[in-house]
Design a protein around this ligand. Sequence first.
Ligand code: DC
Length: 212
Amino acid sequence: MIIAVDGPAASGKGTLAAGLARHYGLPHLDTGLLYRAVGRAVLGLENAPDFEAQAIAAAQRLDPSDLDPAVLSSQALGNQASRVAVIAEVRAALYAFQRDFALQPGGAVLDGRDIGTRICPDADVKLFIVAEAWARTERRARQFEARGLSVDRQALHAQIEERDRRDRDNPNGGFFPAEDAHLLDTTRLDIEAALRAAVAIVDGAMARKAKQ
Ligand code: DC
């Protein structure tokens, strides 16, 4: 079974995808880490004339051992990731790794922006997670505070909106729900309630599929 989980920054898609993977005993890939690792490789080069070429080269030589969430989870790398994510050749270079992960025997859960539309248009179940920007800001702020970091909520909110805009306007694919995606709004749901809702969607979709 392949489960595609897409949604904007801090929508809770990563936590939900990890929870679904545990629930169904499937491997999980957070595809944002790929873009973050490429972004990290070209940090500080934003104004260099060969920024794009460097980002493409970094995507082409990406090593799975570079995908450490502890190293890649900062807000700055999220912003940097959304800059390299607009480059078509970067997306193309990262395609095969994601596709191979999805097609492993038994299936997988992948979360990102374009899993249901481009990486796994054939996924068994597609979820598109949404949450209002204030709720996403609050969640991200609490994650950072739990790590002992101080947070300027207004600045964080502005960064989340800026990243939404860049992701939405991405000339190489602006992110939107697949036609057959199930929308899940987590604005007013805690993690447990959101996971229960996601499991109900997956179970329902698989039961319908079995009857076809
Ligand atoms: O999900 P995240 O915050 O870790 O993603 C970081 C950035 O990477 C996001 O702003 C857009 C980009 N991204 C993408 O373009 N496609 C994906 N499948 C995953 C992430």
